[in-house]
Write a protein that binds this ligand. Structure first.
Ligand code: PXG
Length: 441
């Protein structure tokens, strides 16, 4: 294989998502293969995957069991109508997903992405309130710096300015909690930071302002990922749960990133011992192999809809590809791999080593904060004056050149490797990063 035959001639027609298109097209970074912990670049180099693709390939790449399951399913049945029809694997998978959750989080609604999961969860929460006679509860509460995908519901409750400001006013009747980032008190915290649980009381402020009778739901990421890894202060999520209980507010936890072992437990609900009413999933459910998302609801949410005549549709929502056979086959095989190979346990066992390795970067040039939990870490750099995001982006480019894939958001470097990594990979990731930071301008 020569590099030349793999590079398309014309890079222009593809308008790339969340990408500096002109920069990319002037200096393309094309991936052409993936196996285990590594990508292969178009020029034939091995690139260590420090980010599990985009936080999704938790089982590593090209796992033969997952590949085989997708191939077999494509040959057996390509597609089955998702409405008023079913296929066995969709039911089997729902039971397998439900079994991973504590309590009565046991009803699974399929989507195709995290963004769709979020909008589905918001719609279910609104419809639920109406169904139980609380139809005045139409307000949705998100949080500053939150990322809930890119659809209109998600950007409305989301709190990342660039993802919102270009796209009009979004949904009406949305408000936001303050974010939980307190660098002056919590910088260089290991794991959950000590200060800030009281920021959950911001929900009481919004209840006082709007009245609980107008609020349907609150949505938060347990660990905010895209914004640059904000780990919740100790006790914050439990406090938020208590306030939701007090005021009849549906609590949605967006586990698109934290789900499927990222924090060393199956889900963040287990890690933080908090039972939300609804959970959103995607990414790791198929280890990124086939697009899929899901919303998991507690029994009382589902039951509220199961009234009316038997022949009536209970929820007017769904996607052509909800529970797609290829996605279900991929997800079932992925769960087998997670369980059979103990990948969540591996994530948990390696977390202390990961934490030490991440924090060993403290003191290197421009490093102003380091945050971590499970197999997630962020290294925040001081921006170059007048050129925000440039320093981290240059580290990203140099890392790619020497064989390491990172993610950056603003001047924050985020790491979230496949869960099948070893200590050697951790040494390689942070060793490379240390060298780059020492050399960074
Ligand atoms: N919720 C959360 C918490 C997410 O992190 C979504 C919803 C949307 O998922 P989809 O499948 O529609 O993209 C996400 C996605 C990054 C990065 O580098 C993060 C995401 C996607 C791409 C890149 O931080 N998160």
């Amino acid at each position: 294989m020569t590099a030349a035959v793999r590079v398309p001639n014309d890079l222009e027609p593809f308008w790339m998502p969340f990408t500096a298109n002109r920069q990319f097209k002037s200096r393309p970074r094309l991936l052409v293969g993936a196996k285990g912990m590594n990508y292969t670049s178009h020029d034939g180099r091995q690139i260590l995957d420090g980010t599990a693709g985009l936080w999704c390939c938790n089982a590593g790449h090209g796992h033969p069991k997952i590949v085989g399951a997708i191939q077999a399913q494509a040959a057996e049945m390509d597609y089955a109508p998702a409405f008023q029809m079913g296929h066995p694997k969709a039911f089997e998978l729902a039971a397998r997903i439900a079994a991973l959750f504590p309590g009565d989080l046991n009803r699974v609604f399929y989507t195709n992405s995290g963004s769709e999961s979020v909008d589905t969860a918001l719609k279910i929460a609104l419809a639920y309130q109406r169904t139980i006679g609380q139809g005045t509860r139409t307000r949705l509460i998100g949080r500053e710096r939150g990322y809930h995908g890119v659809n209109f519901g998600g950007i409305s409750v989301g709190g990342i300015p660039s993802n919102r400001k270009f796209f009009g006013t979004g949904l009406g009747g949305v408000d936001h909690l303050r974010h939980t980032h307190l660098p002056e008190k919590n910088a260089f915290s290991r794991g959950e930071p000590r200060y800030g649980a009281e920021l959950a009381d911001d929900l009481e402020r919004l209840v006082a302002l709007h009245d609980a009778s107008t609020i349907a739901a609150v949505i938060v990421e347990p660990v905010a990922g895209s914004t640059g890894v904000l780990v919740p202060p100790q006790g914050y999520l439990k406090r938020l749960r208590a306030i939701c209980d007090r005021h009849g507010i549906v609590m949605i936890m967006d586990e698109v990133i934290t789900g499927f072992g990222r924090l060393g437990t199956a889900f963040a609900v287990e890690k933080f011992d908090v039972l939300p009413d609804i959970v959103t999933l995607a990414k790791g459910v198929t280890s990124g192999t086939v697009p899929m998302g899901a919303v998991v609801a507690r029994q009382h949410i589902y039951d509220a809809f199961m009234t009316g005549p038997d022949h009536a549709i209970e929820l007017f929502h769904g996607y052509t590809y909800s529970g797609h056979p290829l996605a279900c086959a991929a997800a079932l095989a992925t769960l087998d791999v997670y369980q059979g190979e103990g990948l969540f346990q591996n994530a948990s066992a390696l977390s202390p080593y990961w934490e030490d390795a991440a924090h060993s970067l403290k003191g290197l040039p421009h490093v102003v904060d380091i945050r971590n939990l499970g197999l997630v870490a962020a290294i925040e750099l001081e921006p170059i004056a007048g050129q925000p995001a440039k320093r981290a982006f240059e580290v990203f480019l140099r890392a790619y050149d020497i064989g390491l894939l990172l993610r950056t958001t603003g001047d924050i470097i985020a790491l979230s490797p496949p869960l099948c990594l070893t200590k050697t990979h951790i040494d390689q990731i942070f060793g490379t990063l240390a060298d780059l930071l020492k050399a960074a301008a």
